[in-house]
Design a protein around this ligand. Structure first.
Ligand code: KG4
Ligand code: ZN
Length: 356
């Protein structure tokens, strides 16, 4: 069975064809994966402009799907499409396209949750993880911690109460004059800095969230305090050096701030991930989503895993940021579990994962 995946939830128009292998350890194989990035469209505005994103998806989707199908050298038996969460106008482009194509070709349409896609990118690449597993999904819009006891069933253990980790990277990069997208820029410049230069605080939430009493809340994250500390530090240094907002701080100082910020984010994420893994007696841990591309996060996760004898799963760089291969893989899992949508399927910008 082959599935065509379509992903348009944010600023990448992506299509991919993934097939089943029949091998239980490595259930899926990528036949083709095409991603058209909108980074150049949004860079000029310093962040994603939803209206421009939707319009660019409309321009790109036909060509991207055609390219993926041509490269895969064959047809498809079902279509998997991201239903949410994401920008509603952007989601609608992929969904409308997928519905039209599914109807024209008389194939089933499988709605997929974007974060379920990120999680399944780990299985797509490495095969089924030893379960139970604890997986951190860390992207521009989310910082969620899940426990997986059975394949395809994700239990939310904690999430950010304010900014997502990727969002914090993007905002701090903007403040430091490093441009958009910020994650890769901070990752690069941090290599030249001293990660102990600035003692930014780690936020450790210990109380339940009044807005979500059903969650214990002890495994939640918060990054807005850290972001504010960086803002204050930069303002204080500018005042000391007598430079205004139009002038960048010296390179070495920007590198030190970036490295110190990145160290705190990485430690906060990994402390929570490995604490949860120990608490739930996990046999593996995983990290997925755009921020999993971060080199420091990968290195430190690998070394913490090795010292605890716990396998750590991380996707390759191509599968860590948004793509459609992960959507097709999650679609295959869901199709085999009996999930299919009708032509009345609607985009849901805040779709919860357990309901997907
Ligand atoms: O998963 P993704 O491609 O899109 C969303 O679903 O949000 O994640 C994008 C996020 C952005 O915030 C970007 O700055 C961040 O992932 N990112 C990184 C790195 N590469 C991408 N953050 C830190 N270090 C990186 N190397
Ligand atoms: Zn994503």
């Amino acid at each position: 069975m082959r599935v065509l995946g379509i992903e348009t939830s944010c600023d990448e128009t992506a299509a991919a064809v993934v097939e089943e292998t029949g091998d239980l350890d490595r259930p899926w194989r990528v036949r083709a994966s095409v991603v058209a990035s909108q980074v150049a469209v949004h860079r000029e505005w310093g962040g994603i402009v939803p209206e421009l994103s939707a319009r660019q998806h409309v321009r790109d989707i036909c060509g991207v799907v055609r390219q993926a199908l041509d490269a895969s050298g064959g047809g498809f038996d079902a279509i998997a499409v991201t239903q949410g969460p994401g920008l509603v106008g952007s989601l609608l482009v992929g969904l409308a396209f997928a519905k039209g194509l599914a109807w024209a070709r008389s194939v089933p349409l499988v709605p997929v949750h974007h974060l379920g896609g990120h999680i399944e990118s780990l299985v797509l690449e490495h095969g089924e993880m030893p379960l139970a597993s604890v997986v951190l999904v860390v992207s521009g819009g989310h910082t969620n911690l899940y426990r997986i006891e059975r394949p395809g069933r994700y239990e939310l253990l904690g999430r950010t109460r304010d900014d997502a980790a990727g969002e914090a990277f993007d905002k701090v990069a903007k403040l430091l004059g490093l441009g958009y997208p910020g994650g890769p820029a901070i990752d690069l410049i941090a290599r030249h800095g001293n990660d102990r230069a600035v003692p930014f605080p780690k936020t450790r939430l210990t109380h339940a969230d009044r807005n979500a009493p059903h969650l214990a809340g002890r495994r939640d994250f918060s990054f807005s305090g850290l972001k504010t500390s960086v803002v204050r530090h930069v303002a204080a240094r500018r005042a000391e050096l007598g430079v205004d907002g139009a002038h960048p701080l010296p390179f070495a100082e920007v590198a030190d701030i970036a490295a110190s910020f990145q160290r705190v984010v990485v430690e906060t994420l990994l402390d929570r991930l490995f604490e949860a893994a120990r608490w739930y007696d996990a046999r593996s841990v995983g990290i997925a989503g755009g921020v999993s591309a971060n080199s420091r996060l990968r290195e430190e996760a690998a070394s913490r895993g090795a010292s605890r004898g716990l396998p750590v799963f991380v996707p390759s760089l191509a599968l860590s940021t948004d793509n459609a291969a992960m959507i097709a893989a999650a679609g295959l899992r869901r199709y085999r579990a009996g999930v299919a949508g009708g032509l009345d399927l609607n985009a849901d910008p805040s779709l919860p994962l357990h309901a997907a």
